[in-house]
Design a protein around this ligand. Structure first.
Ligand SMILES: Cc1cc2nc3c(=O)[nH]c(=O)nc-3n(C[C@H](O)[C@H](O)[C@H](O)COP(=O)(O)OP(=O)(O)OC[C@H]3O[C@@H](n4cnc5c(N)ncnc54)[C@H](O)[C@@H]3O)c2cc1C
Length: 393
């Protein structure tokens, strides 16, 4: 088999890259180890920046997003028993975020690819990348019992944090910057109508909590827990009781309870591998960088990366221009590091570290107080949260 761009991984990064390339008249083959059902049901991110929404709509995969996405103009910070709204739209000259599940983005992109009859292999195994130091890269894999070898001009490593692409780059060629956090998130999906229209981030003495939603019928909630926490320790009653404690405030607001449809524990990590290119292998999305989910940036960074990569590849195929590909890593990393800082900052401001002393606690509260009372500080949070416009970091 031969194609122009071999894409490893059918998460948001791989699927959107394939879609953008197809619109530019560039052939691609997508190879994914999981099943279509698994990829389309995996519950993860849900907050789309304005720029992410714009890219999906401009490229013809935003019809359902426009119909079903929940546009939010603010978020709430809750601490010391009170809630404070940050008006994202007013502070950013009209920008907003949209709540639309990552699995819905994946469904829309898979549907677009299959409708176009473009190649997408689910349930591949033994996926390997080779030859990317030369001008003859190759991806090999097994599918439905047969061995496949895919020759290509470029490989896009969109296979997530634990994928094979980054791991195939020779040791010593990448600089890795990393931070693990001493806590994790226990996340639930509940069959309960969201009891408010906007997200609420709570800093409580017992730890962080986040109120979010996925639809008018489904609430998404998170609790800070220990990194080695066992789900077995968390009965439904304990989950709800802890959520009610951490969200308690003088306005009496609380999330609605409902049947817990799904639960899971997610570790928190910051990670960047740079450069995001090695020869003809380009890393995009979680394959190159991870942020703790507090800033809601992971999916949005994946979209920003592949937007840059698709444009650079289009210029290479149309006019033989190398500049875009040469600048790919540096262009993406400016945005990545802005998001890394924002995600680290939000995480540090909102979570309780084990053994935290009174000094650090007072600093957190002083920072929160500053963000909700200073227009300059609130604007900084808001512009990062809705996402910097493309063309800036
Ligand atoms: C529980 C959780 C909650 C999150 N919440 C948020 C949030 O609120 N907001 C936000 O912006 N981000 C959030 N994120 C992060 C966000 O989900 C990721 O940043 C996003 O999925 C990145 O997309 P991606 O396409 O780069 O990687 P992925 O979505 O990880 O996709 C990679 C794909 O590659 C496939 N793959 C792996 N190895 C191979 C291989 N060897 N060969 C072929 N295919 C392979 C995988 O099966 C997967 O389908 C969350 C993540 C998690 C885990």
């Amino acid at each position: 088999m031969r194609t122009q761009v071999a894409i490893v991984g059918a998460g948001p990064a791989g699927l959107l890259l394939a879609h953008l390339l197809q619109r530019a008249g560039i052939e691609a083959v997508v190879v994914e180890i999981r099943s279509r059902e698994y990829a389309e049901q995996r519950v993860r991110a849900g907050v789309l920046e304005q720029g992410t929404v714009d890219v999906l709509i401009e490229n013809g995969v935003g019809a359902r997003l426009k119909r079903e996405g929940l546009v939010h103009h603010g978020v709430e910070l809750r601490f010391a028993g009170r809630g404070h709204r940050i008006d994202l739209t007013e502070l950013t000259g009209g920008r907003s975020i949209t709540v639309y599940g990552q699995q819905e983005v994946v469904k829309d992109l898979v549907a677009a690819r299959l409708a176009a009859g473009a190649p997408l292999y689910f349930e591949a195994s033994d996926v390997r990348v080779a030859g990317f130091d030369t001008d003859r890269p190759r991806v090999t894999f097994r599918h439905e019992g047969r061995e496949h070898a895919l020759d290509c001009d470029f490989i896009a490593g969109c296979d997530g944090f634990r994928g094979t692409c980054r791991a195939s780059i020779p040791a010593g060629s990448l600089a890795v910057h990393e931070r693990a956090y001493p806590f994790a998130w226990l996340g639930i999906l509940a069959a309960a109508a969201p009891s408010r229209d906007e997200l609420a981030y709570a800093n409580h003495e017992r730890g962080f909590a986040l109120f979010s939603m996925r639809s008018p019928e489904v609430t998404r909630l998170y609790l800070q827990v220990a990194p080695d926490e066992s789900l077995d320790e968390w009965s439904d009653d304990r989950v709800w009781s802890e959520l009610h404690t951490r969200f308690a405030g003088d306005d009496g607001w609380q999330p609605n309870e409902g049947a817990i449809l799904e639960r899971g524990i997610t570790g928190m990590r910051s990670f960047v591998a740079e450069p995001m290119r090695h020869g003809r292998l380009f890393l995009a999305g979680d394959a190159a960088h991870i942020v703790p989910p507090t800033g809601a940036k992971g999916l949005n960074l994946a979209v920003a990366d592949v937007r840059v990569l698709a444009r650079a590849l289009a210029r290479w195929y149309a006019a033989g221009e190398e500049e875009g590909l040469a600048a790919y890593s540096a262009t993406c990393l400016r945005r990545v590091w802005r998001a890394e800082h924002f995600s680290w900052w939000m995480t540090s401001m909102l979570h309780r570290a084990p053994g935290e002393d009174s000094f650090r606690r007072r600093l957190q509260l002083a920072q929160l107080e500053y963000v909700v009372t200073s227009r300059a500080a609130a604007t900084s949070l808001a512009e990062n949260y809705v996402g910097m416009p493309f063309g800036t970091p």
